[in-house]
Write a protein that binds this ligand. Structure first.
Ligand code: FEO
Ligand code: CA
Ligand code: CA
Ligand code: CA
Length: 606
């Protein structure tokens, strides 16, 4: 194994950045620039961003807020054109709006927020292969998807009585997608994304099933139910509206007229995202985590087979198949690590596991639940199956090089607290503040297998102060501190890249992007590549190492500050006078950033 994990993207790890530093920090020899920012116009008719004039109509033609999942899909033959796809997870009203204006215009603010959710698809170009990208206003494939865009519901639960509302008696057509977090691009070029914390948008029925999803019969903080009746189950005909969210959505970024789809076959939960691997027999397998404390890891195996080059056929693959949930078994007495180093007697956190069927060959495998119920109330089916309660499964992604699956477990401070589940070998840390990452190998490396083995790649934290950290045996004094692993990506050599969400509140450093070597003597070596500005989360990492570039979504920069007292001016860093009339140049703005090699070697700048 070559040094540097074989990667051409060479860098010296940066030092961790104190949490209040409002700067994008990249390694020596690299520079960065935003490609597109919140409010940048996608269409020729869309107005330029002006915070003082923002409206729902303007927002619907502009890049949305809080980009999370990201891909730059390069056109095959040119290498100099492509589409950038980003989703927009949620909105930070206290950063977006002047508080005085907000109080007087709550309905319009809610409509702006709805238009700032969803997706953006935007064409990008570059002067030469390997050079930095810029976005094309008015590009042919440019598209905004918002909270009011029509989606088709497909799969076994489509049309179910549990999905019908007074606006949609068919149960097959729903408006919008919400809280899209991580995602994945399929081998056939579509983009998958998870509807994650969708519960926060709905006033529920007060039922036990709603409660399992965190949906309460209480006024929501966002107050969308005051603007659009469907957001409250109390309004006649809308008790099922919340059942129409919590799905994996698939969009075709090459066709702006295509109808995006919600796939019921993959189950309904707080999907972080989904990532697809093609099995040896050409069925496709989609892996997905449910990001909640003590929730589960799932996989879907398609009924039909992938056909190379047949895009229309492949876009039906996620519509029917088997759904499984994971049970992990340790092979040592459960170690309990609570502030002190503890590696099991056999030297590693590892064991075997089983994919427990929830739906198989079109039939429910859960007693007392129909297929529709298993797919719509998947969490309850996982409970009944006896799945392993995990420490918040975030991105779950197979390596395109080895097929091994990596599971980011971001944290779970409630592990071993009163009334909550205790540690097990796969979730070995009490009050797990910093999270860990599991590596899972399917039996015979067959993605459709129902048995697997697993081990913990790393137990995160700051090794300088936390003895319970573990990096597959790699010397702790040589790794970058890392906490709250969230999004995962791979470079072309199969090194794992991990972005974090929550380091400022745990180890006191700005959120970061790290490279982790998986193979050879340096397995477990964590090297920090970049840090995002104060208040921001690092999302959507994308590593084009052959091009010498890395992309990140910088989400909620300045969170923790307010409109009038910002803690971040990312990405433009122009502090304009006046509190409300900041005009076009304004900060903070969530943005997609490209990091590229820079012959001037500037490294980092504000
Ligand atoms: Fe939106 Fe699980 O992070
Ligand atoms: Ca073990
Ligand atoms: Ca996430
Ligand atoms: Ca990912």
């Amino acid at each position: 194994i070559a040094p540097n994990g074989g990667s051409k993207l060479r860098f010296t790890a940066i030092a961790p950045v104190p949490r209040n530093r409002d700067a994008m920090t990249v390694p020596e020899g690299y520079d960065w620039a935003p490609i597109i920012r919140w409010g940048d116009p996608l269409f020729n008719h869309a107005p330029k961003f002006n915070i003082a004039k923002q409206s729902a109509k303007r927002q619907a033609g502009q890049f949305g807020y809080n980009n999370d999942y990201l891909n730059v899909i390069v056109d095959k033959y040119s290498g100099r054109s492509g589409v950038l796809v980003a989703n927009h997870e949620y909105t930070n009203e206290d950063l977006m709006f002047d508080p005085q204006w907000f109080e007087a215009n709550k309905a319009e603010a809610a409509r702006i927020a709805m238009a700032a959710h969803g997706f953006s698809v935007v064409e990008v170009k570059r002067a030469k292969s390997g050079g930095p990208w810029s976005y094309i206003r008015g590009g042919e494939r440019n598209r905004r998807i918002t909270a009011t865009t029509v989606f088709a519901i497909d799969g076994p639960a489509a049309g179910s009585a549990l999905l019908q509302t007074t606006s949609d008696p068919t149960g097959r057509k729903v408006l919008g997608t919400l809280n899209n977090c991580a995602g994945g691009t399929t081998p056939w070029g579509t983009v998958l994304s998870g509807e994650e914390n969708f519960n926060q948008y709905f006033r529920g029925t007060g039922s036990a099933t709603d409660a399992r999803y965190g949906i309460a019969d209480e006024a929501t903080e966002r107050g969308w139910e005051d603007v659009d009746a469907r957001f409250s189950a109390r309004n006649p005909g809308y008790k099922n509206e919340a059942n129409r969210f919590g799905w994996i959505v698939e969009i075709d970024p090459q066709n702006p007229d295509s109808v995006p789809v919600k796939h019921t076959a993959l189950g309904r939960f707080k999907h972080e995202g989904a990532n697809v691997r093609i099995a040896d027999d050409k069925r496709v397998v989609a892996y997905s985590g449910d990001d909640e404390r003590f929730d589960y890891v799932y996989k879907f195996v398609s009924a039909k087979k992938y056909r190379r080059g047949d895009r229309r056929h492949n876009m039906t693959l996620l519509s029917a198949g088997d759904l499984y949930v994971a049970r992990f078994s340790g092979n040592s007495p459960a170690p309990e690590i609570d502030g002190s180093a503890a590696v099991p007697a056999d030297g590693s956190f590892d064991g075997t596991g089983t994919w427990l069927p929830l739906v198989k060959d079109g039939a429910s495998m859960i007693q007392g639940m129909s297929v529709e119920e298993v797919l719509i109330y998947t969490r309850l089916a996982g409970d009944k199956a006896g799945a392993t309660k995990m420490d918040r499964p975030e991105d779950v992604e197979p390596s395109p090089v080895t097929g091994k699956l990596y599971i980011a477990l971001t944290n779970n401070t409630q592990r071993n607290t009163a009334g909550k589940a205790s540690v097990d070998e796969a979730n070995p840390r009490t009050r797990n503040r910093d999270g860990h990452v599991i590596e899972l190998t399917e039996r015979n490396n067959d993605a459709t297998a129902t048995e697997f083995s697993w081990n913990i790649l790393l137990v995160a934290g700051d090794p300088a102060t936390d003895k319970s950290t573990y990096f597959s045996g790699y010397p702790k004094e040589k790794v970058s501190p890392i906490s709250c692993p969230d999004n995962l990506a791979f470079d072309s050599k199969g090194n794992l890249w991990i972005s974090t969400d929550g380091q400022p509140g745990t180890i006191g450093y700005c959120d970061a992007l790290h490279k982790v070597t998986l193979n050879g003597e340096e397995r477990g070596k964590v090297e920090q590549f970049l840090a995002v500005p104060a208040g921001a989360e690092t999302c959507g990492p994308l590593v084009h190492d052959r091009d010498g570039s890395v992309f990140v979504s910088v989400q909620h920069p300045g969170e923790g500050g307010t409109f009038n007292e910002p803690i971040s001016f990312f990405p433009d860093y122009v502090k304009t006078a006046g509190k409300t009339k900041r005009g076009e140049v304004y900060g903070p703005r969530p943005s997609v950033v490209q990091v590229f090699t820079d012959t001037k070697g500037r490294g980092s700048r504000k």
